[in-house]
Design a protein around this ligand. Structure first.
Ligand SMILES: N=c1c2ncn([C@@H]3O[C@H](COP(=O)(O)OP(=O)(O)OP(=O)(O)O)[C@@H](O)[C@H]3O)c2ncn1[C@@H]1O[C@H](COP(=O)(O)O)[C@@H](O)[C@H]1O
Length: 155
């Protein structure tokens, strides 16, 4: 009677690999790529340069100059107002209004950067530093003291 082929025993490394796959969090979904002809975020860099150029403009003809002349506190208040208007449209599900309000928020954010001396590359560098690091992993890796200090937040 022909002998049954002997199945090779699963080597330790194979079971280890299977075990580590079980313990490793599920991989994040791939990032969808933007359409090649889509307008891109460089519009923000151009807008920041425009606002910088408006610093010395007449507040009667330039909204950016008018905002900047009212000082950082007023600029920050307007940014907050626009952010609220943005969340209202998001909650209401008004897509077109949300696009418009999102543009207002970004414009007022850039005016706030100009008012406080921030440059776009300061923020782009921080976002680049965060790339590939999950927000969940980043938060759980924070030093314990910081985490305790943050526990005051409503869960
Ligand atoms: N992206 C924007 C932009 N988004 C919103 N806004 C203006 O922001 C203002 C928002 O008006 P609101 O009524 O919400 O409030 P407010 O007039 O700020 O103040 P309050 O009356 O509420 O006190 C409007 O006048 C909008 O036109 C903008 N103004 C300018 N830009 C850009 O900045 C460039 C330079 O604009 P100027 O500085 O005006 O030359 C423009 O070419 C645009 O690219």
């Amino acid at each position: 009677m022909a002998k049954k082929p002997v199945k090779p025993k699963a080597t330790k490394t194979k079971t280890k690999a299977a075990a580590s796959r079980k313990s490793r969090p599920a991989a994040l979904p791939p990032v969808p790529h933007l359409r090649p002809d889509a307008p891109d975020a460089r519009v923000l860099d151009r807008l920041w340069s425009t606002i910088i150029a408006r610093k010395s403009a007449d507040p009667l003809i330039s909204h950016s100059a008018r905002l900047l002349s009212r000082g950082t506190n007023k600029v920050a208040q307007k940014f907050g107002e626009e952010a609220i208007e943005c969340l209202i449209e998001a909650v209401a599900g008004n897509r077109d209004a949300l696009i418009a309000e999102s543009a207002d928020v970004l414009y007022h954010l850039l005016v706030m950067w100009v008012s406080t001396g921030l440059r776009p590359e300061d923020v782009w560098a921080e976002l680049k530093r965060r790339e590939g690091i999950s927000g969940i992993a980043e938060k759980s890796a924070r030093p314990v003291m910081l985490a305790i200090a943050e526990t005051r937040k409503i869960p």
